[in-house]
Every structure is written in structure tokens, then in C-alpha cells.
Design a protein around this ligand. Structure first.
Ligand SMILES: Cc1cc2nc3c(=O)[nH]c(=O)nc-3n(C[C@H](O)[C@H](O)[C@H](O)COP(=O)(O)OP(=O)(O)OC[C@H]3O[C@@H](n4cnc5c(N)ncnc54)[C@H](O)[C@@H]3O)c2cc1C
Length: 501
């Protein structure tokens, strides 16, 4: 039997670990590093996707290939392109504001099989770490607004799950950011102190600066400090499916396996836009681009502004020595030397399988490989990439107490990894609003590997804007707004970066 990863890249072994190259800043986002080629783009890969752990759990769910009507409708008030968390939440808000308007949701492949269906399962609001970079780029006030918005988003997500009894393995507990090197620990403290001085909310963050105590709390051998606050992990496909099922019940028309190939101005008729697919065209007044990493394939103005890049998540079954009462009980962002990050989701209230990544210590090597083979920028068919797996193994053995000398039997240890595509935005924050020069075309995309901490406010926020609410009343950070000026600036920045490569 051919395994999914057989023809994939081999990126060297543990000895070849390379870390994201930033000696002066900490990773702003949970999962992203920068691409080297900003002009890459592409439509969702057809066929050969690796199945994420989440998608493997729902193979008999009819929502995967659901089509509400056999034929594609030829007319709708609004067409939403993309059925990830963004498109699904946008549909929900649309139905709530305009119960009588028609909404069609197009999905290129299985329902929610993009980044949302293949991520690492964190909803982890950044509560201090990103302040350093955001302050430099946007100033104090906006930096604080971004972090506050992430807290609001997390609250919105957990309230929704609790109020609706969503079966999605929701865990709420302490997530720990753990620097494992003196320089990174110093830098972390500087950023945290600056955030506090600027008036950032820190009362809920438990800080341990004593390395011995930090190693005890975190069970990470070289921990130099620990910053802990409440965050969540969950099964993202099940959450999104719950919301979409509600949408379909209240009138949304979901059409899976339907790629939107282009959007053009309607020639005459009563609608503004036409969305073209192989199964037919849909005339509509509004289009919502919820296409994240793939946005530029459909909307060329976004080329170089939103760029797709594969990240990998690895599922590990902990050995018996660290299972049961000795299992890991937290989620982590381990802050590696030179600005890298390893994110860890221990699924401690579910099956206890531990997920390492989307940001993992082998990411730089994967990025380098994609730079040499750019056609893989939208390849979510990567699995068990040797170099990344070796880096994860090396990381686990080197850092977690009790794992390296444990006895591993069959079924324990590293099991499987899969890839998903992150939508990097040039300035690290999403683009939300009406596409400049295209009235009726709206976008919420470019979540920069961190959409679970953004979409629950950004996607409904977009639809509120469509309904005429002002940006101020919607309450999103101002820097998320897709104004013509921002697009121009970002395109210029990209052009100069590409020119210097
Ligand atoms: C490995 C990995 C781990 C991650 N871990 C985390 C995490 O733990 N926490 C976190 O906050 N974020 C994480 N992220 C990022 C997060 O998953 C995304 O930011 C978020 O899911 C984006 O949601 P979305 O709905 O905007 O995009 P997506 O979920 O990608 O949805 C976009 C959808 O649009 C469809 N589409 C695109 N173009 C077309 C077209 N032309 N026609 C029809 N359909 C189209 C795609 O097929 C896709 O299903 C991770 C990402 C990856 C890849």
C-alpha cells in the first residue's frame, strides 16, 4: 500500500534543525513564519490531501460531501466562498441579520477541509507575546487592541460551545508559554514588562521567573520561565460542522466539491456579480471571500498580500510512563532559541494524544524545501515528512521530562503527521472589509496561522459591516481593515521584498 508521505520531501534529520531566523523578536503568531516568495498562490489542491487527525475522526459524517440542492442555484443574495470557520461563521451571522436572504456556501473539496479542518486545535488568545512586534508596527494602542480582541474572541468561542453544548472536546485550562533559553527568557520579560507599562491587561497571566519552579510547573527540563493563562483546545472540524448544520437548517445552501473559478461583474440583470464554477454560474449581489490561504488565486489584487504556506502537525501517543495520572495537563508554546516556537496541544480532557505543531521545530527546513519547490505552496497532501518528524522527536526527547528514557511499545510514540495551508498576510494581521473598488465583494482572510483566535469576532464583524454598521461599532482592531491605502502599502512592501530576494 502506498503511504501518503512516500514521495514527500526528506528534509534531513534531527541534526539539521534550523530555527526561524529572528534573533531579536519572539514569534508573534502561534504558527507562522514568513515566506520567502510572496508571489506564490494557488487554488485548493484537488485530490491527494493528507487526512488530518480531525478529518480521520468524521469519515462517515454526511456533511463532508453535502450538497443542499442537487443542482447549483443560479441566483443568490450572497455567495460565501469557503467553508472553514470564517465562511461558516459568516453564513451564521448573515442568516441571523437577514433570515430571508439567500446564502450559498461554496467549498472546493470536503466541508471544512482547509486549514480549519487540519489545524492544531488551539484557540489560544495571545495575551502578551505579540505585543513586541505589534507595538513596533502599529503602536501601543493598536497592539493592545489586537491582544484584547483575541481575548474577546476566545470568550466568544467558549461561550458559544458551552451555550450550545457543542460536542467538540473543548478544554479550558492554562496554556503555558515557556522560554527555554536565557536570551529568549530575557526578551520575553522585556516584552511582558513593556506590555504592562503600556497598560496591557496582565492580571490573569501567572508569571514564574524562577527557572527551577518553571521547570517543575511545566515539566520542561530547560524551562527558564513560564507565562500561564487560560486558553482552549478543541476539535475544530466538529465545532465548525455544528455551526454549519445550524446554518443549513436555517436556510443556507452548502455546495461542497465546487470550486469558484472566478468572480466577474454581472452583465446586466438585477445582480451585481457572477461567481463562475464548473457546475454553473451563480448571480449574486454580495460575495464573501472566506478563502484564507487561497484568496489571491481568486482575487489577483491580493497576490503578494496573502500567501499560502504549508505547516505540519504531528500526532504523538504518549508512552505509558507519561500517561494516566502522569499525563501532560496543559497546552504550550515553547519559545525556542532564535525566535522559533513549538506549539503543543495535549488533548488532556479527550484522548490524551499530544499534537506537536502547526509551528514546530522543523518548520524552517520545510519552508526551505517549499522555497525550492514552490508548487508545494498549496500542498496539503504532505504527511510524515521525515525531517519534520525527526525534529519533533528530537524536541520531545530533549525537553519533556520522562519521555526520552521511556519504553515505547507498538502504538505509542509518533504516529502520523499531516499538512495544512496557512494564509500569511504581509503585515501579520487579517484583512477584513469590502474589497477596494469592488462594491459587494467582501473578505475576511489572511489569518496568519492564528485564525481560531480571530475568526469568532472577525467573521461576524465582516457581516455586520455589510449590514451598514461602522468599523468603530463592530469593534475589531483598526489595523484589520482592508482599506485601499493598506493594500497599496502592503503591495509596495512586497514588491521591494521580492526584488531583494
Ligand atoms: C497545521 C496547521 C495548524 C494550525 N494550528 C492552529 C491553531 O492551533 N490555532 C489557530 O488559531 N490557528 C491554527 N492554524 C491556522 C488556522 O487553522 C486558520 O487560521 C483558520 O482555520 C483559517 O480559517 P478560514 O476559514 O479562514 O480558512 P480555511 O479553514 O482554510 O477555509 C478556507 C476554505 O476555502 C476553501 N476555498 C478556497 N478557495 C476556494 C475556491 N476558489 N472555491 C471554493 N472553495 C475555496 C478551501 O478549500 C477551504 O476549505 C493552523 C493552521 C495549520 C495549517
Amino acid at each position: 500500500m502506498k503511504q501518503a508521505g512516500e514521495s514527500g520531501p526528506e528534509l534531513g534529520g534531527a541534526g539539521s534543525i534550523t530555527l526561524p531566523n529572528s534573533s531579536t523578536t519572539l514569534s508573534v503568531e502561534e504558527y507562522a513564519s514568513q515566506p520567502t516568495d510572496q508571489t506564490r498562490t494557488g487554488f485548493p489542491k484537488q485530490g491527494g490531501q493528507s487526512l488530518s487527525y480531525w478529518l480521520q475522526q468524521v469519515r462517515s459524517d454526511p456533511l463532508l460531501d453535502h450538497r443542499t440542492t442537487e443542482a447549483l442555484p443560479d441566483d443568490a443574495d450572497t455567495v460565501i466562498i469557503g467553508s472553514g470557520i470564517t465562511g461558516t461563521l459568516a453564513a451564521r451571522e448573515h442568516l441571523s441579520i437577514w433570515p430571508d436572504k439567500s446564502v450559498v456556501v461554496l467549498e472546493a473539496r470536503e466541508f471544512c477541509s482547509g486549514a480549519t479542518g487540519r489545524n492544531a486545535g488551539h484557540c489560544k488568545p495571545d495575551q502578551w507575546r505579540g505585543f513586541g512586534k505589534f507595538e513596533k508596527v502599529y503602536g501601543k494602542e493598536q497592539a493592545i487592541k489586537i491582544l484584547n480582541n483575541e481575548a474577546d474572541t476566545w470568550h466568544a468561542l467558549i461561550s458559544y460551545v458551552r451555550e450550545n453544548n457543542v460536542d467538540c472536546d473543548l478544554w479550558v485550562g492554562d496554556t503555558m508559554d515557556v522560554p527555554i533559553d536565557d536570551k529568549v527568557a530575557r526578551l520575553s520579560k522585556e516584552i511582558f514588562d513593556r506590555y504592562e507599562e503600556a497598560g496591557g491587561r496582565i492580571d490573569h497571566v501567572k508569571v514564574t521567573q524562577d527557572p527551577v519552579e518553571a521547570a517543575r510547573i511545566t515539566r520542561i527540563k530547560d524551562a527558564k520561565a513560564c507565562y500561564a493563562w487560560q486558553a482552549s483546545t478543541l476539535q475544530p472540524w466538529k465545532l465548525t460542522a455544528h455551526i454549519m448544520r445550524g446554518n443549513v437548517e436555517t436556510g443556507a445552501n452548502l455546495q461542497t466539491y465546487t470550486v469558484a473559478k472566478s468572480v466577474t461583474k454581472s452583465a446586466g440583470g438585477r445582480r451585481r456579480w457572477t461567481v463562475h464554477t464548473k457546475r454553473g454560474d451563480i448571480a449574486c449581489d454580495n460575495v464573501i471571500h472566506a478563502t484564507n490561504a487561497y484568496s489571491a488565486a481568486l482575487e489577483p489584487a491580493l497576490e503578494g498580500v496573502i500567501t499560502p504556506k504549508p505547516h505540519i502537525c504531528t500526532k504523538v501517543v504518549p508512552p505509558r510512563a507519561v500517561s494516566g495520572s502522569r499525563a501532560i495537563r496543559n497546552s504550550y508554546g515553547v519559545l525556542l532559541p532564535d525566535g522559533g516556537l513549538c506549539s503543543i496541544n495535549s488533548r488532556c480532557n479527550a484522548d490524551g494524544n499530544v499534537l506537536f505543531g502547526g509551528s514546530n521545530p522543523g518548520q524552517q527546513a520545510l519552508d526551505d524545501w517549499v522555497a525550492k519547490h514552490p508548487e508545494n505552496c498549496i500542498n496539503d497532501g504532505l504527511a510524515d515528512v521525515k525531517g519534520v518528524t525527526d525534529c519533533v522527536r528530537h524536541f520531545i526527547n530533549g525537553n519533556f521530562v520522562g519521555w526520552d528514557d521511556a519504553e515505547y511499545g507498538p502504538g505509542e510514540g509518533i504516529q502520523y503527521s499531516w499538512s495544512g495551508i496557512i494564509g500569511l498576510s504581509v503585515d501579520g494581521v487579517p484583512l477584513v472589509g469590502e474589497l477596494p473598488g469592488k462594491p459587494g465583494q467582501w473578505i475576511c482572510a489572511g489569518h496568519h496561522g492564528h485564525g481560531m483566535a480571530r475568526a469568532f469576532t472577525a467573521a461576524p464583524g465582516l457581516v455586520k459591516l455589510m449590514s451598514g454598521q461602522t468599523w468603530e461599532s463592530v469593534g475589531l482592531p483598526d489595523v484589520y481593515q482592508i482599506a485601499a491605502g493598506r493594500l497599496e502599502k502592503l503591495k509596495k512592501a512586497t514588491a521591494s521584498r521580492v526584488a531583494t530576494i
